[in-house]
Design a protein around this ligand. Structure first.
Ligand code: PXL
Length: 272
């Protein structure tokens, strides 16, 4: 079969009915970064800007078929994971990803939404650490997820650095550990990046006072995935993703009445 030339990326994630987060945010991001987006749906979530009200996991034989169909036709050059719900789904996704040839894997270790809804069962945390993290080309935990995965409290910049090194020892190659707004003076957000080469640095972006931040983590990891699918080097892909999300947060759109989505259009076509 002739290999397709157009960059194609894959999101392996849950569907969020209001389109602000999960698979929908990933696909918006792929589109904005001019990468074709395919999707393996792992779960369906019913919700809106007020919160999540129901959630169902997909059957694993259906997920197996989604992977098989993509592998038989598409040329996926980078993939990302989002909501994986439980240990059974994590193990199934790991099995399928190892069989396929879908390029680097960005793992967004989705555990909890901004509304406080748990999207990964606590009993699956260990499967996340031992089965999925070793496959992660990039791991993008938020502050809370870093604490859970590294099993430590993070109360300082030094703690964040320590947690990132712990997560790298668990097998993730490159880490972008996202900072907490509460940790700063609310004028900037600082994320710690630890690369496979051992290089480490902080990324800082202005803090925006807005409730329209649904899907920021999904969009950040999706943007890294899109850039990797285009062949952008790792450090640059991470820098672009950070700026992309900051631009998307900085120009809010009026959609939903509480925690609305970020604005992917504001960031599209930017040549960062
Ligand atoms: O943003 C985290 C997230 C991931 N995946 C799904 C979600 C959410 C948050 O609402 O609904 C399906």
């Amino acid at each position: 079969m002739v290999v397709n030339s157009y960059p194609q990326a894959l999101t392996i994630a849950g569907s969020d009915s209001d389109g602000s987060a999960g698979m929908q945010a990933d696909l918006h991001t792929f589109f904005a970064r001019k990468v074709y987006g395919a999707s393996v749906i792992t779960a369906c979530v019913a919700g809106n800007s007020y919160g999540i009200h129901a959630s169902v996991p997909m059957p694993t034989d259906f997920i197996d078929q989604e992977f098989a169909d993509l592998a038989a036709d598409y040329h996926i050059r980078a993939a990302k994971t989002g909501m994986l719900a439980d240990s059974e789904l994590i193990n199934d996704v790991v099995k399928n990803y190892q069989k396929a040839d879908f390029g680097p894997l960005v793992v967004d270790p989705v555990i909890m939404t901004k509304h406080g809804n748990q999207l990964l069962e606590e009993s699956a945390f260990n499967t996340l650490r031992t089965a999925l993290l070793p496959l992660a080309t990039v791991l993008t935990p938020n502050f809370y997820e870093s604490e859970k995965i590294a099993e430590m409290d993070i109360t300082s910049a030094a703690d964040m650095v320590k947690a990132a090194h712990k997560m790298q020892q668990m097998g993730a190659k490159n880490i972008i550990a996202k900072g907490s707004h509460a940790e700063t003076d609310q004028t900037e957000v600082r994320d710690f990046v630890l690369l496979e080469s051992g290089e480490e640095f902080w990324l800082s972006e202005p803090y925006h006072q807005t409730d329209r931040v649904n899907g920021t983590g999904d969009s950040l990891s999706a943007c890294i995935t899109a850039e990797l699918a285009k062949g952008t080097p790792m450090k640059r892909a991470i820098e672009i993703a950070k700026q992309f999300v900051n631009t998307a947060i900085g120009s809010p759109i009026e959609v939903g009445h509480k925690f609305g989505p970020v604005n992917h259009w504001a960031a599209q076509d930017r040549d960062y």
